[in-house]
Design a protein. Structure first.
Length: 96
């Protein structure tokens, strides 16, 4: 395969990773509604903002054409928010 094919494949992978990061960023903002509950710990609230800032920041652990670090941070924030919300709702009276 010549250089043009590799460049095309790299561009396709980069676009796919950028789309995945964008989708996760949107999911993080939708999960922000969970923060309105006063029972969510401050650590989880802070993790939301850290994930958003890290995703849009030009400073990354891995250069921006590869969004794996951004995706990882966003997934960690989503998982943390959902775990905190699930733990909170399970402790409420009348919750299943």
């Amino acid at each position: 395969m010549d250089g043009k094919v590799w460049l095309t494949l790299a561009a396709i992978v980069a676009v796919g990773l950028a789309i995945a990061a964008a989708v996760l960023l949107v999911r993080v903002f939708k999960a922000r509604q969970l923060l309105l509950d006063a029972g969510i710990p401050l650590r989880d609230k802070a993790l939301f903002w850290v994930a958003v800032i890290y995703t849009v920041s030009p400073v990354d652990l891995i250069p921006d054409p590869v969004y794996l670090d951004d995706i990882g941070v966003l997934m960690l924030a989503l998982r943390s928010l959902h775990a905190a919300a699930s733990g909170r709702s399970a402790k409420e009276p009348g919750a299943l």
